[in-house]
Design a protein around this ligand. Structure first.
Ligand SMILES: NC(=O)c1ccc[n+]([C@@H]2O[C@H](COP(=O)([O-])OP(=O)(O)OC[C@H]3O[C@@H](n4cnc5c(N)ncnc54)[C@H](O)[C@@H]3O)[C@@H](O)[C@H]2O)c1
Length: 345
């Protein structure tokens, strides 16, 4: 299959690109290379004859039209987005532009391309979204595909809007779409502004390790390599017009998560004192959702996918990857906003 991946230089998109090439697909990576994008994430496949990079903005209809006509993909996997909740609090405009207008532009370009190609039934527009569109859970319950939307941050509201557009383009124009909503990802190539890399890098530098509020917010952690596999399975075998929730079945409070990372670092790179002594509680994020948890029954029962690692296994792999790939994250440390507290409202 020839797959056009938008946002393929980002954290999850690059995992999808690497997996797709390994699985024998051809990939066109369309990415604007914003502060979050990096071609070093796809260096492993850059020389493959099955891989092409196109630098473009998903909001630029002309550029997207040209790239579609040039490469004629069998499927589009749409991951390009502004993805950091804290940045959406400080500057929501970019989220409205990229996540809503950008998705609209991709849908219209895909519809025109699909129409010119004779509306092949096999074509897929796969939209990658987040469980944050479902809002915040209390102590019990899990998000299913039927959970009503209730986004609470500028980021999740912009992603919810994009999900609605994708469903509308399917219902109204018959565009062959599939959707996925996943929980928090972690793993290799995670951009150093997100919680897990922040913890590892602050710990290693001897700086305070910040935890928002009381550290009792719960997330359901999904190893990025498992997620990439799930996404390829959905684009290849998912039912038309259907959405699938993808979760790691790995719930932990932020404090539990940070404590686990500190314990792994104590074993892998022992310091003068336990890393957990660097933990510092800081002012909470405004509107911080309390708990996310995914019920992945549909993708497990219908497509046979399940996560391959536990949180402990995935965190060990992740910490070791960051220890072994210092040159990768050092090169990103001076990007705008990295290492700073963002999104205090
Ligand atoms: N990271 C998570 O835990 C998580 C969880 C749920 C859903 N998601 C969704 O998965 C997708 C990928 O997330 P990620 O964490 O890899 O994001 P990321 O921020 O690491 O990467 C985003 C990529 O998109 C590119 N991009 C941004 N704006 C663009 C534009 N206008 N045109 C072209 N390219 C552009 C960036 O250069 C970057 O390479 C997003 O749609 C996000 O909403 C992420």
């Amino acid at each position: 299959m020839k797959i056009l991946v938008t946002g393929g230089a980002g954290f999850i998109g690059s995992a999808v690109v690497r997996h797709a090439i390994r699985a024998g697909h051809s990939v066109v990576n369309l990415d604007k290379l914003t502060y979050a994008g990096s071609l070093s994430n796809v260096a492993e496949v850059a020389d493959s004859p099955a891989y092409v990079f196109e630098r473009a903005d998903i909001c630029d209809r002309k550029a997207v039209d040209t790239i579609l006509a040039r490469h004629k993909p069998d499927a589009i996997m749409h991951l390009a987005a502004e993805s950091h909740v804290d940045r959406s609090i400080d500057g929501p405009a970019a989220f409205i532009e990229t996540n809503i207008t950008g998705t609209y532009t991709m849908l219209e370009a895909a519809r025109a391309y699909w129409t010119v190609e004779g509306k092949p039934e096999s074509f897929r527009f796969h939209h990658i979204s987040t469980d944050e569109v479902f809002g915040s859970l209390g102590k019990t319950g899990k998000f299913t595909e039927d959970t009503p939307y209730d986004p609470r941050s500028p980021y999740s509201a912009s992603k919810a809007s994009s999900d609605h557009l994708v469903r509308a383009w399917h219902e109204t124009y018959g565009l062959p779409v599939v959707l996925t909503n996943c929980s928090n990802n972690y793993g290799p190539y995670h951009f150093p502004e997100k919680l897990i890399p922040v913890v590892i890098l602050k710990a290693l530098s001897g700086a305070p390790i910040p935890i928002y509020g009381k550290g009792d917010n719960i997330r359901d952690w999904l190893y990025v390599e498992d997620h990439a596999e799930a996404l390829l399975l959905v684009v290849e075998t998912g039912e038309l017009g259907r959405s699938y929730n993808v979760g790691g079945e790995n719930e932990a409070t932020n404090l539990e998560l940070v404590t686990k990372i500190c314990a792994i670092l104590d074993a892998e790179r022992p310091g003068n004192r336990p890393y957990a002594e660097q933990i510092t509680f800081v002012t909470d994020r405004p509107g911080h959702d309390q708990r996310y948890a995914i019920d992945p029954a549909r993708i497990r029962e219908e497509l046979g996918w399940r996560p391959s690692v536990t949180l402990d296994e995935g965190l060990e792999k992740t910490v070791r990857w960051f220890l072994d790939n210092e040159a990768w994250w050092r090169a990103l440390e001076n990007r705008e906003g990295v290492g700073k507290r963002l999104g205090t409202g």
